[in-house]
Design a protein around this ligand. Structure first.
Ligand code: BGC
Ligand code: BGC
Length: 458
């Protein structure tokens, strides 16, 4: 690895998200989230798992911060649970903020930069009851919440992300219903995209007003490949590409809607919405996992590859998924294609030029479900190879001029993997979900050595 150099100022990190790691779902006044309610419904999450306990990070955060200090990371990307801070969606619960203050201070003590995401899908259930993300009102509630968190923590949090992967909340939460809140609105889910865009813009304003410095968003981006060369498939590709790669970027960067005909597909777009959404941001967070092949409706598998047991797509979606022919897949079945990361980044560089903000890779990783052997060792060579190959692909994008400032591995530790429950392991640290024991995997030692070798050039 000595030939891989990402530069002395490059930020090395790990990422998690509140509902996936915290547990303690009724503690210190936390209100229920859409995920608590969704996961408690039979047939939603594999094996009936929930985030009730998860990794118990809420109580064990000191141990987890100590692990991060051993790992030598510069930064920790975590998310703040909105229902801890505003259990009813409107009123501040100070004990919720106290937790994040303790976490942030513990990180700072170890010299780790707190990097906070304000929303990683755990909407307060109280707001779901009032229309949730289908109601425009949610954007104002989000701005109030963002302001409350920043008033407490803006002096200590290094960087902020408003939303995590708004396209996934749109598509899986509201189009196909495989994630909370389980709505199957098909293309009607674009309404939710508008409201997330507005929440982002209003959130950036509230963060700035409270003195937050570095502000961005964490988007999921996907290279979209045609399944065949039929013209209808080209149309499907163009549409899917606009959903995943432009819907949450063009309005932020260019001040234009990213999906053709957006104002006709969505109700209630106002004249000044683009101005609200297009607040200047300081960086773009890119989450990258894999490319997606799509074709014309009716031609592919008809199932959603993001879930193992293949939920059917609503029939009104103008595309269908196809498998990618790849020599390697992770245990989720997702193809491993490191060059897709270069493709995404170079594509943005070409499309947005000087207007592209500095990039952080805010998530990248894979489900490799290796378990400890009889000596307690977790030999996860596949994760090491995956990470090394993706870092090389990142370097290739930097070599053609993309300004990438940091990389956050997903994830610090095995956690609640949404519809798959605890079946998919993405961690550098193994978690035994019976005892909650943490065991660093071989990839942890590898990442630690890599980071140390990069930091030596500082
Ligand atoms: C993942 C993406 C993946 C997509 C598949 C998302 O949840 O984050 O990386 O490509 O599902 O449709
Ligand atoms: C999400 C994470 C998730 C990961 C792997 C991303 O879509 O932001 O919460 O665990 O991908 O599926």
């Amino acid at each position: 690895m000595t030939d891989l150099q990402l530069g002395p100022d490059f930020v090395w990190g790990v990422a998690t998200a509140s509902y996936q790691v915290e547990g303690a779902v009724t503690e210190d006044g936390r209100g229920p989230s859409a995920w608590d309610v969704f996961a408690s419904r039979p047939g939603t999450v594999r094996a009936g798992h929930t985030g009730d306990v998860a990794c118990d990070h809420y109580h064990r955060y000191r141990e987890d911060v100590a692990l991060m200090a051993d790992l030598g990371v510069d930064a920790y990307r975590f998310s703040v649970a909105w229902p801890r801070v505003m259990p009813d969606g409107m009123t501040v619960e100070p004990r919720g903020l106290d937790f994040y203050e303790r976490l942030v201070d513990a990180l700072l003590e170890k010299g780790i930069q707190p990097s906070a995401t304000l929303f990683h899908w755990d909407t307060p259930q109280a707001l779901e009851g009032r229309g949730g993300w289908e109601s425009r009102d949610v954007a104002d509630r989000f701005a109030e919440y963002a302001g409350a968190v920043a008033e407490r923590l803006a002096d200590r949090v290094t960087r902020w992300m408003t939303l995590n992967e708004p396209v996934v909340l749109t598509m899986m939460g509201h189009a196909t219903g495989r994630h909370a809140p389980g709505k199957q609105l098909g293309l009607g889910a674009l309404q939710v995209a508008l409201h997330q865009l507005l929440a982002h813009g209003r959130g950036v304003q509230a963060l700035r007003a409270a003195g937050a410095r570095e502000i961005g968003i964490a988007n999921n981006h996907v290279p979209v490949w045609p399944s065949d060369d039929h013209p209808e498939s080209a149309e499907a590709v163009a549409f899917f590409d606009s959903l995943y790669n432009r819907l949450f970027l063009d309005p932020l960067i260019l001040g234009e809607w990213g999906v053709d005909g957006f104002e006709d597909l969505v109700e209630g777009v106002r004249d000044d919405d683009l101005a609200t959404i297009g607040q200047p941001i300081d960086f773009l967070g890119v989450n990258y996992y894999n490319p997606q092949a799509v074709g014309a409706p009716g031609t592919g598998t008809g199932t959603d590859p993001a879930v193992v047991d293949g939920a059917m797509l609503p029939p009104d979606l103008p595309f269908t998924f196809h498998d990618i022919d790849s020599p390697t897949h992770n245990d989720f079945g997702w193809p491993i294609v490191p060059s897709g990361l270069t493709e995404v980044l170079v594509g943005f560089h070409e499309r947005y030029g000087d207007r592209l903000p500095p990039v952080y890779i805010t998530e990248n990783g894979g489900a490799f479900n290796e378990e400890p052997d009889e000596h307690g060792r977790v030999d996860d060579q596949r994760r090491i190879a995956y990470t090394e190959d993706h870092l090389r692909a990142l370097r290739a994008a930097m070599d053609v001029g993309v300004d990438v400032r940091g990389y956050f591995h997903w994830s610090l530790m095995d956690n609640f993997e949404w519809a798959e429950g605890y079946a998919m392991r993405f961690g550098l640290v193994h978690v035994d979900f019976e005892t909650l024991a943490r065991t660093p995997k071989d990839s942890f030692a590898w990442y630690r050595d890599l980071i140390a070798s990069q930091q030596r050039s500082r």
